[in-house]
Design a protein. Sequence first.
Length: 228
Amino acid sequence: DCIARKVSLELNGGSCSRKVPVALVGAGLFARKAHLPSLLHDAADCFELKAVWSRSAASAKQAAETAGVPRALWGTAGWQELMAGDLGIELLDLVLPIPQQAAFVQEALSRGFAVISEKPIAANSSQALELLNAATSFPNRWFVAENWRYESAFRVAAVSLELGAIGDVLTFSASSLCEMPEDLAYAQAGTWRASASGNWIADVGVHFAAALRLVLSSNVTVVGAAAR
């Protein structure tokens, strides 16, 4: 909800005075579980969901029916119709498999849409740098949906450190252990995270990187990292 409102406020010049017309791009598990409820309920006063696009007709139609959205788009033809810019849509909410998402972000920006996309921005560093370099060519807004920057615990910690609650921070280390139960839907065989081109560590680890950058300020030098 915090991310959604930030996007709306920036696109509306600091107020939520009108509903931003948006299309949901992707109708997978996380799009249905997190993004769709946010657009329809948590931030319904800020957005007007006008279309849903998915790679398959079945998922696009199902998501659109669930959301009460009049237009379902799918496949190459549906994407081209969306990119044509004739549907009155200003913002694209992209929730796609990360290995494929960067290309969609770049094309949407090149067509003049504002974009909010899931984190991480790419499956690897070379793809991420390529997208970042390309994005500098476009004046429109691009938001990345990293929600840990808005978690109250991290924001309180950031303020406390800024006020000198523990003195000057000279060095730090962070470690994390994430449980992966066998029935975790996001890690099942056949999902992009479990594929050869997926990057589960980046998908989870980006949360901790964002939290540390918030708590310690953006002036952070990372001298080492390890994962297994």
